[in-house]
Design a protein around this ligand. Structure first.
Ligand code: FAD
Length: 434
């Protein structure tokens, strides 16, 4: 490719597609490069997709996007080895004309998103890996080198949307490698079941969906979560824990997934299913403090590559789409003013991100990742066990006077966590959450 582009977007995941679509639909000349055979072929997500962030990019996406189920019920479970204590929220309000959250299958969804990027006028090249950023003598990024034959491809600005590993950006010295304590390794399986069986097991009608998110003893005291999401004819489920915790405990992610799948609360939900897909992927979980430099001379970084992921609320794709869109809008503004794509001018992207929910949410929870990591044994092992025991003691009727049951429960908490420990945990949690 000899010609010069207004922008090159590296990666065709959520953030790259959002950026490429927004740039191309505003009339910029865009080249998008994706190493996978097709957009989505390399991508892994649970996956819940948040509609309002996509609406800002493609308002009528519901007309043809491959959506699985819209969510009407969310369950949060705290588990020990034989029980779960749950908080369930279900509302018919979510059966609205334009539902708020959907389950999706990324391989299909990204392909659809990519078709929209092409319709908007961008050139999309798959099976093309960007191997290096091209720079001028001053260090400004002026394009990319790829694994295809030929020299560099040039552009006014390069959007790095290369996902959590971010190898290009780190190799180019734009940011550090993600640290083991700031990334989780998640493993995921797809269990296929007939549509009517899924509806019956989860109490759903038509395209209604239900998701379960769980923490507890299956993670062996490591900072981690499990999820189970209903699709039309399949259930996605997985477990993710911090890489540094795996290194310390030498636990295997697949062993944890087996533990979760065989839990008596989960097993009946999967009974008779056929497992057709396995995947493993990293999730950035360092939060606000792990966000690197977001722009420089001739470049911006978006999505997981910029560690823009809200692990506390288990949101990633919406931050990816929003950062891709905002980066594109900032680039468009700089371009419209005929200003150079300098770090100074591209700092507009950071400002727009700061004004959005992305940075506001990450900043709000900036101390949560470290708190959960340093107290993982308490939050992911001791409390789930104590809460399960307390719940069982509460509901079991065996002639023990209620006052004695209460005393026994309090004694258990004090023995295992001490009064001071519990007060300290509560205060730390409240401060980190505020
Ligand atoms: P990606 O989707 O990873 O896309 C990066 C793209 O860049 C890929 O297509 C890759 O092939 C390409 N690429 C990389 N390097 C190069 C290169 N050198 N040259 C060319 N192309 C390159 N988020 C949610 O909102 N809801 C969920 O339910 C949810 N569940 C998740 C469950 C799991 C198991 C995981 C792993 C993540 C989950 N997330 C979820 C997070 C979400 O998947 C990510 O935040 C989101 O995919 C980030 O999008 P992205 O475009 O930044 O990166």
């Amino acid at each position: 490719i000899e010609e010069k582009f207004d922008a090159i977007v590296i990666g065709a995941g959520m953030s790259g597609n959002a950026a490429a679509y927004t740039l191309a639909s505003r009339g910029l000349k865009v080249l998008q490069l994706e190493r996978g055979e097709y957009a989505g072929s390399k991508n892994v997500q649970g996956a819940i997709m948040y509609a309002s962030m996509l609406e800002k990019i493609i308002p009528d996406f519901r007309e043809d996007a491959p959506l699985e189920r819209h969510l009407v019920e969310q369950r949060f479970w705290m588990m020990d080895d034989s029980s779960h204590t749950g908080m369930h929220y279900r509302s018919n309000d979510f059966n609205e004309e334009k539902p708020n959250r959907y389950t999706i299958i990324r391989a299909q969804f990204d392909k659809w998103f990519s078709s929209k990027v092409k319709e908007a006028g961008a050139t999309v090249l798959c099976e093309t890996t960007v191997t290096e950023l091209a720079r001028d003598t001053s260090g400004k990024v002026i394009g990319v080198h790829t694994d295809r034959r030929g020299g560099a491809i040039f552009a006014d600005v390069v959007v790095l949307a290369e996902g959590v590993n971010g190898l290009l950006g780190t190799r180019a010295g734009l940011r550090d490698m993600p640290k083991p304590e700031t990334v989780a390794l998640a493993v995921k399986e797809m269990h296929f079941l007939p549509e009517e069986v899924i509806c019956q097991r989860f109490g759903l009608t038509g395209n209604e969906g239900c998701v379960i998110e769980a923490a507890g003893t299956f993670s062996q005291g490591m900072t981690g979560l499990a999820f189970l999401y209903t699709n039309k004819e399949s259930i996605s489920l997985g477990v993710g824990c911090l890489v540094s915790d795996y290194a310390k405990t030498m636990e295997s992610p697949y062993a944890l997934l087996e533990e979760f799948k065989n839990h008596p609360s989960v097993k009946p939900l999967l009974a008779g299913s056929e497992v057709k897909e396995y995947a493993a992927h990293l999730i950035p979980e360092g939060g606000y403090k792990a966000v690197p430099q977001l722009f420089g001379d001739g470049w911006v970084v978006v999505g997981d590559a910029a560690q823009l992921n809200n692990a506390v609320h288990r949101e990633g794709s919406n931050l990816a789409m929003t950062s891709g869109r905002l980066a594109a809008e900032a680039i468009f503004q700089v371009k419209s003013r005929r200003d150079p794509m300098s770090a100074e001018n591209l700092s507009l992207y950071r400002k727009m991100l700061e004004d959005s929910f992305v940075m506001k949410d990450l900043r709000k929870h900036k101390d949560m990742p470290a708190l959960l990591h340093t107290n993982s044994q308490n939050f992911f092992m001791t409390y789930p066990q104590l809460i399960s025991a307390a719940a069982q003691n509460f509901v079991r009727v065996d002639g023990t006077p209620k006052i004695d049951k209460e005393k026994a429960t309090i004694a258990q908490f004090v023995k295992n966590r001490s009064r001071w420990g519990m007060v300290s945990d509560a205060v730390k949690l409240a401060f980190a959450w505020r």
